[in-house]
Design a protein around this ligand. Sequence first.
Ligand code: FES
Length: 102
Amino acid sequence: MKTWIKIINQEEIPIMGSRVLEYKNQEIAIFKNRENKIFAINNICPHKSGKLSEGLVHENFITCPLHSWDINLSTGQVLNEDVTCSNIYEIKLENNIIYIKL
Ligand code: FES
């Protein structure tokens, strides 16, 4: 059964930046875009395992640092590639604290 887990104050993530959460052998990248929207996605790129947390955030996308695939942070879908998408995670904000459902 999934449950909400408290992870970090949203102010600790810089705009256009990320933090990585390690949970039960999973790496989850938490991103904040220019509009202060928060996203959580598997940190491992579905192409060749690039670390998405080291990529470039733009609008609702992350560009992988290895081969520049663009991945939609809302859906996990890879843009312009016919591959499976990345896992995304449900998040919520309460009093500036980010919670993730795991
Ligand atoms: S590893 Fe991410 S685009 Fe290739």
